[in-house]
Design a protein around this ligand. Structure first.
Ligand code: SAM
Length: 235
């Protein structure tokens, strides 16, 4: 299957195994992943955030309940919330989630915004788990005809070492553990290159008690994200 589908499948497998109740997808774009996740009955709150309000508005009604949702209501309420906003801003409505997903998003950020993204996700939102995917630049020479980045809007593409260096720093600073994996076929002879799309699966490390959080609570009433869509499914 295409790489984007493989990335969604990766998230879905994680959800099946770990059964998070609250999931937020950062850079949710046309809500494809959210549409797939809404069928997972353990999820009670499904949120999406994207800086592009038009792409959310064009697709958000596909998250509305369909007749079978009324005929066969779930055994728990499901709330879906879609926000327009930037991952560089802190909004209390994204705190306390079990899972944050950020699929092919960070490489669209200006390099200086990556640090803000890192703090927002791992210090402020502080989810139990996070799945972060990004292209693996080491793989690019294997992509036929590619010169430069894989997409015109990419601000950077990290090698395996660069991604892992960032991820391990996240773990040290914010009290997480990470496992590295990915999707996209590895050519038999070239396993050291790694996957086409590299993925870090972060889990909060509670072994030493809760890591101290640097966040300030002063701006707690400040809600920078704009709620564009909100629906509660019957239960
Ligand atoms: N996650 C989706 C997927 O895997 O198919 C979409 C990935 S798309 C390449 C990147 C998305 O990130 C776009 O929808 C873009 O609007 C969004 N985005 C870029 N910068 C953002 C920011 N600062 N805050 C939130 N979303 C952002």
């Amino acid at each position: 299957p295409p790489l984007c589908i493989q990335r969604y499948e990766f998230v879905i497998d994680f959800v099946k195994k770990n059964k998070p109740k609250k999931v937020v997808d950062l850079g949710c774009n046309d809500c494809t992943l959210l549409r797939k996740l809404k069928f997972h009955k353990e999820i009670e709150l499904l949120a999406g955030l994207d800086i592009d309000s038009a792409v959310i508005r064009d697709n958000m009604y596909e998250l509305a309940p369909i007749p079978t949702d009324y005929l066969q209501p779930g055994d728990r309420p499901l709330t879906i919330e879609l926000y327009q906003g930037s991952v560089t801003e802190r909004d209390p409505r994204t705190k306390g989630f079990d899972l944050v997903t950020s699929i092919e998003l960070i490489e669209h950020l200006q390099f200086e915004d990556v640090d803000r993204f890192t703090e927002v996700v791992f210090d402020y939102m502080a989810p139990v788990a996070a799945i972060i995917s990004t292209p693996n630049a080491d793989f690019n020479p294997l992509l036929p005809g590619l010169t430069g980045f894989r997409h015109y809007d990419h601000k950077f593409e990290w090698t395996k070492v660069e991604f892992q260096t960032w991820a391990l720093k996240v773990c040290r600073e914010f009290g997480y553990e990470v496992a590295f994996t990915g999707v996209g076929q590895i050519p038999a002879q070239e396993e050291s290159i790694g996957f086409c799309s590299q993925i870090g699966v972060f889990q909060i490390d509670r072994s030493g008690g809760d890591a101290p959080r640097l966040q300030n609570n002063v701006a707690e009433e400040h809600l920078p994200y704009r709620l564009l869509y909100n629906v509660v499914y019957p239960s």
